[in-house]
Every structure is written in structure tokens, then in C-alpha cells.
Design a protein around this ligand. Structure first.
Ligand code: MN
Length: 189
């Protein structure tokens, strides 16, 4: 039987403090992410072309995938700037790292309602491209490889920053795990 699994956080729940609190990570990982995994598993083995089930499956399975990536995109030793080939690709496509950071932040802050901003790699365009994902699965471009994602659902930041999504996005840069993002980029490029 096919089954999704909730991955363990790759660090302690309090490891990203003060940028993201232990309480936020416990609820986000143990309740929200687990909910998507449980729902995806419930649906996975009884889909039979039922349109509403297929839609719900896409939502929950994409939630599982995005959250699993989000946890590894962060690290208590994160922050700083990308290096090497990834830095070159970002500089080529956005002008500079600073320009990329600004554009990514704007994309994250301006998601309508619940969603994500993502840096992706497009084989087609042979470059890095920003996308803005609504919910977990709307506006995704098939085959664009997700490299770096930020969850801007309110559950990701409300306890720590209340309605100030911008402050959360700024704090996110302090914990970005560029080594992991580079690894992903090098494996798909
Ligand atoms: Mn979330």
C-alpha cells in the first residue's frame, strides 16, 4: 500500500529561534503538516476518478511535498548568501543576489490569502524562475523543480509575528539553508 510519511524535522523544534519559535514549529509540523500527510494517505488508496477526491489529493499531497522541502530549506546554521553555480544562476537571471532577494520577498509578501513563494529551476528556460503558489497546488508549473520555498500561510508566522507577514519573510533569510538549496540546484541543473 502506498503511503506518505511525515518526515522528522531535521533539527530540534527550538533550533530556529528567535526567528521561528518552538511553539510555531511544533504546531506547524506536528499538526498542519501531519494533517496533510494523513489526508493524502486517506485519499491515496481510494481514488477512482472522483473529481473532488482528486482535487483534495492534489492539495494534500502538494502540502506534504512543500512542507517536507520547507523544513530542509531552513537550518539553525542558515543565512548568508548562496555560492558557486547557484549564485551565478541567480545573478544571471535577476541581476544580482540583492535584486533576487527583493523580488522573492515581494512575491512572498504579496501572495493573496494562503500560499507560498518558490524559487524554481526551469529546464525549458534553462534558468531560475520565481513562482507564487496559491494554497499548495495552484499556479504550479509542471516540471519546474522547486529549489527554495517559503510558507506564507498565517499558521507559519501568526504566533510569532501576528499579521506582519513582512517581518516573517525578513526573518526567513536568517535561516535559509543555502547549502541544501545549492545541492538541489546542482542535482537538477
Ligand atoms: Mn504550512
Amino acid at each position: 500500500m502506498k503511503k506518505f510519511k511525515l518526515p522528522a524535522l531535521p533539527y530540534a523544534y527550538d533550533a530556529l529561534e528567535p526567528h521561528i519559535s518552538e511553539r510555531t514549529l511544533r504546531i506547524h509540523h506536528d499538526k498542519h503538516h501531519k494533517g496533510y500527510v494523513d489526508n493524502a494517505n486517506k485519499i491515496l488508496n481510494r481514488m477512482s476518478g472522483d473529481k473532488s477526491l482528486l482535487k483534495s489529493f492534489s492539495y494534500n499531497a502538494a502540502g506534504q511535498l512543500l512542507h517536507s522541502l520547507f523544513w530542509t530549506n531552513m537550518s539553525p546554521n542558515g543565512g548568508g548568501k548562496p555560492k558557486g553555480k547557484l549564485l551565478k544562476a541567480i545573478s544571471d537571471d535577476f541581476g544580482s543576489y540583492e535584486a533576487f532577494k527583493q523580488e522573492f520577498s515581494n512575491a512572498a509578501k504579496s501572495v493573496e490569502g494562503s500560499g507560498w513563494a518558490a524559487l524554481t529551476y526551469s529546464q525549458d528556460a534553462d534558468g531560475v524562475v520565481l513562482i507564487q503558489i496559491e494554497k499548495h497546488n495552484v499556479n504550479i508549473v509542471p516540471s519546474y523543480e522547486l529549489l527554495l520555498v517559503i510558507d506564507v500561510w498565517e499558521h507559519a508566522y501568526y504566533l510569532d509575528y501576528q499579521n506582519n507577514r513582512g517581518a516573517f519573510v525578513e526573518a526567513f533569510w536568517e535561516v535559509v539553508n543555502w547549502d541544501e538549496v545549492s545541492k538541489r540546484f546542482n542535482s537538477v541543473k
